[in-house]
Design a protein around this ligand. Structure first.
Ligand SMILES: Nc1nc2c(ncn2[C@@H]2O[C@H](COP(=O)(O)OP(=O)(O)OP(=O)(O)O)[C@@H](O)[C@H]2O)c(=O)[nH]1
Length: 684
């Protein structure tokens, strides 16, 4: 091992994922507190947390900004990446999951595995992120550790490794038994001590340790050959670990649990009460012991050329711009020139910081596997790669799904118009799933869901002080054309004393899959070169609000074939107007249609409600793509127009006596049936 790999073996890049209110913020805060970074314990109720610092996040009590915070535990460096909890922020969650090596999944010990915990869990499955589970809130009335473990097995289809048992319950919850060391951790008056297992729990603890060793042996080949062949596990007394007698030592058991965790073959389950400061230190031990280091995830070397992924751009309170990056290879050095290989632009690395909860520490450079904040990057946005200019590389970029819902914003004053422009520019850099367009003088912003939009609008008002009237959120329909049209001639002429306006264009238009293309076929200077981009700009402007109901257009190729100009009266503006008018006229003749976002909906329901669920989806213009059984429940997959999904949460609950859950994500744009389109256009 080189010095670098040795150091990297002691790095943990982790996130905390949880259902809203399970205690993610409290747990993160306690982690920062116990690692000595955060010097006092703020309570979420006071709105005084180390990680939630944006005002409206505090008000909502939910965490939506991901920041990386560095702390140290047991000789290891832990980079804690704050992940958002709400489904609407799926994109932010996925962005974080990409740069994590492991995660702590926090569950509410009373509520257990909630539908949304399942969503996030599946995302982590998709990105292959190893996890340890923390069953929180065991101090609360109704908390049930073992029920939660069962739900982790049954609902999430995971293999739980119960490595701790709670001591006491509800108000009498005192601490945990560590089943690997067979020692008890108790907290009295805020003091942590490690003591013998209470006699009343000894038998139960022995039983659970046996189960732990069995489960490990079942899934870990190394252990299976060692322990199963030589020991009768059902009768062995495993508390007296004896490596020669076929029983795993503490170290061997840790190593086996680590192997299973790192490969996601199993998931250690721990418990505690973050709020009451119980169980946090052993959780940190588990993070260090079981979760992977960057080395477990990929080969890394400082000697290779630089490659790094920007995964978050954010402004601090003084609006200084920070870009959070994960370095995949090479070294990131302050002052160095790097290439943004996605934009193909050079950038200069300014200061590099390690960010702690309460302070920033400037560092000269950072190596592969590390996560740091960089100042000075002007153009790099989320998802883009920074690399050595001599060795261009694009790390797999993230997909940003289309916005499915949008809202019109009308600034109150001229000053607000300018502020709005600057604010949405800034916000879309920080959040690429925010989409902006102009429709008849209004700014329309689109996002991933209602709550996402609500928070964007709040930010406009509170962070950027934009005064504006905000419309009702609506489905983000699109418009496109179905036929090609040739030779649409348009002359724009205006004579109002003085210099007039004159521009003539001939365009044709054809449907393409998606997006917009502009082709210039003008020859012989029939339109002077400098005016051609103006025609393009006019068409693009017209694309932003279609002729049917003002929705954004997609899937159009424009060919500028011919035109005419006047030596005095022609101008960029005249050609822009002509381009825009010709485009609209051409679209009217090209069989315009409305497109709607169609979602992939996955419903999980007990079998007895399966028929009702499918019938209902059909009634929502849905198309059932498949059904199957998964860990004791039925899963229905369907494609359903978003417009038909409003209120589905409540309807599904009613249909399934509260037992059905669903997830939804954007799948495609599809043509709206004529009868439905008619209504939308009439209302639009
Ligand atoms: N009794 C008890 N309450 C807890 C515990 N952990 C968190 N809470 C409370 O549960 C509520 C939610 O906790 P948070 O830490 O804000 O939960 P979160 O998961 O970060 O929630 P979001 O930020 O909304 O995603 C707060 O009122 C906490 O004080 C615990 O161990 N025991």
């Amino acid at each position: 091992m080189t010095a670098t790999t040795l150091a990297l073996a002691k790095v943990r890049n982790i996130g905390i994922m949880a259902h809203i209110d399970a205690g993610k913020t409290t747990t993160a805060e306690r982690i920062l507190f116990f690692t000595g970074v955060s010097h006092r314990i703020g309570d979420v109720h006071d709105g005084d947390t180390a990680l939630d610092f944006l005002k409206q996040e505090r008000e909502r009590g939910i965490t939506i900004t991901s920041a990386a915070t560095t702390c140290r535990w047991a000789g290891h460096t832990i980079n804690l990446i704050d992940t958002p909890g709400h489904v609407d922020f799926t994109i932010e969650v996925e962005r974080c999951l990409r740069v994590l090596d492991g995660a702590v999944a926090v569950f509410d010990g009373v509520a257990g595995v909630e539908p949304q915990s399942e969503t996030v869990w599946r995302q982590a499955d998709r990105y292959g992120v190893p996890r340890v589970c923390f069953v929180n809130k065991l101090d609360r009335a109704g908390a049930d550790y073992h029920r939660c473990v069962d739900m982790i097995r049954e609902r999430l289809g995971a293999v739980p490794l119960v490595v701790q048992l709670p001591i006491g319950s509800e108000a009498g919850f005192e601490g945990v038994v560590d089943l690997v060391s067979m020692r008890a951790h108790v907290w009295t008056d805020g003091r942590h001590s490690v003591v013998d297992v209470p006699p009343g729990l000894a038998e139960e603890a022995r039983r659970w340790r046996r189960t732990l060793v069995e489960t490990v042996a079942e899934h870990d080949e190394d252990s299976m050959t060692r322990y199963l062949s030589s020991a009768d596990l059902s009768s062995a007394d495993l508390s007296s670990a004896d490596p020669d007698g076929g029983q795993p030592s503490e170290e061997e058991l840790h190593a086996a649990i680590r192997r299973l965790t790192v490969t996601s073959a199993a998931t250690p389950v721990l418990c505690g009460s973050a709020f009451k400061n119980k169980g946090v230190q052993p959780l940190l031990d588990a993070v260090v012991r079981y979760l992977p280091s960057p080395l477990d995830v990929q080969d890394v070397s400082d000697e290779e050329p630089l490659s790094a992924l920007a995964f978050k751009v954010m402004a601090d309170r003084h609006l200084a711009r920070f870009t959070f990056v994960r370095i995949y290879s090479g070294r990131l050095v302050s002052g160095a020139a790097v290439l943004n290989s996605v934009k193909e632009r050079k950038e200069r690395i300014g200061k590099i910081y390690r960010v702690h909860a309460d302070k920033r520490v400037e560092i000269e450079s950072a190596g592969a596997g590390d996560i740091v904040a960089v100042m000075g990057l002007k153009q790099t946005t989320t998802g883009e790669t920074l690399c050595d200019p001599a060795h261009p590389v694009v790390l797999e970029s993230m997909d940003f799904p289309a916005p499915v819902i949008e809202v019109a914003i009308e600034p109150r004053s001229r000053g607000d118009v300018e502020k709005l422009g600057a604010a949405v520019h800034r916000m879309s850099e920080e959040d690429p799933s925010l989409h902006v367009r102009q429709e008849n003088g209004q700014t329309v912003i689109g996002g991933m869901g209602e709550l996402h939009l609500e928070i964007l609008v709040d930010r406009l008002k509170e962070r950027f002080h934009v005064e504006a009237n905000v419309g009702r959120p609506r489905v983000a329909y699109r418009e496109t054309v179905r036929r090609a049209v040739e030779r649409v001639d348009l002359t724009h002429r205006k004579q109002t004393g003085g210099k007039g306006q004159y521009a003539k264009v001939r365009i044709s238009l054809e449907p393409i899959g998606a997006g917009y293309e502009f082709v210039n076929r003008v020859t012989g200077g029939r339109i002077p070169k400098e005016f051609i981009p103006s025609v393009d700009a006019g068409c693009q402007e017209a694309m932003q609000a279609g002729v049917l109901a003002g929705f954004e257009m997609t899937g159009v190729r424009v060919v500028l074939a011919d035109g005419d100009f006047h030596p005095v009266d022609s101008s960029e503006l005249a050609f822009k107007i002509a381009g825009s008018m010709a485009f609209k006229e051409a679209v009217r003749r090209a069989s315009p249609v409305l497109l709607e976002p169609v979602m992939t909906v996955e419903v999980t329901t007990p079998e007895e409600y399966l028929g009702a669920v499918i019938g209902d989806l059909n009634g929502r213009r849905g198309r059932v793509e498949g059904t199957g059984e998964r860990t004791g429940a039925w899963v229905v997959q369907a494609l359903v127009p978003l417009a038909e999904m409003f209120g589905y949460v409540g309807d599904l609950r009613g249909m399934t006596s509260g037992r059905g859950v669903f997830t939804m994500r954007f799948a495609e744009h599809a043509e709206v049936p004529a009868a439905v389109a008619k209504k939308i256009i009439a209302e639009g």
